[in-house]
Design a protein around this ligand. Structure first.
Ligand code: AMP
Length: 147
């Protein structure tokens, strides 16, 4: 059964190119629709929810910056249309899962660093997304320089 709707999750770093390219290849080969998502994590969440200052302005800047980067990607990859590109606040795993369910995606594509040692204990978004995913998940191996 070919995939019908692929959701590619991007962290908006330069590493998202190989992830988008892989998702695009599969979408083109299987005639699937391609959606993209980036999740902006609330700053209070990153600081453990206990910050004695107003982060709303910083948070807005972070969101605007993410929007700019996402728009640049949309311009770079003509297969991606604004209509199918999402920018939301929240926790990546939760938001990626609920978006995949809402839009009936049958494949989620994420990048994976193939961590080991201490970094493995800290976990990764790819691992996180895999657990309890509502559909198939493809982890695209991201190479470090020199690998
Ligand atoms: P990481 O575990 O943070 O190195 O991220 C691995 C992969 O998870 C990235 O290549 C993206 O596919 C995905 N990812 C990480 N952070 C986000 C985010 N904030 N929004 C969407 N996808 C993300």
């Amino acid at each position: 059964m070919p995939y019908e709707h692929i959701l590619v999750a991007v962290d908006l770093t330069e590493e998202c190119d190989p992830v988008i390219k892989r998702a695009r290849e599969i979408a083109t080969a299987q005639g699937a629709k391609l959606s993209m998502v980036h999740i902006v994590e609330p700053m209070a969440m990153a600081f453990g929810g206990d910050v004695p200052m107003d982060l709303s302005q910083l948070q807005q800047q972070q969101f605007d910056q993410a929007k700019e980067r996402l728009d640049r990607l949309i311009n770079k990859y003509p297969e991606l249309t604004k209509e199918y590109c999402h920018l939301t606040y929240g926790q990546p795993r939760q938001e990626i899962h609920s978006l995949a369910k809402e839009h009936e995606c049958d494949l989620i594509v994420v990048g994976s660093h193939g961590r080991h040692g201490l970094a493995l204990l800290l976990g990764s978004t790819a691992n996180d997304v895999l657990h309890g995913a509502p559909c198939d998940v493809l982890a695209v191996r991201l190479m470090k320089k020199g690998e």
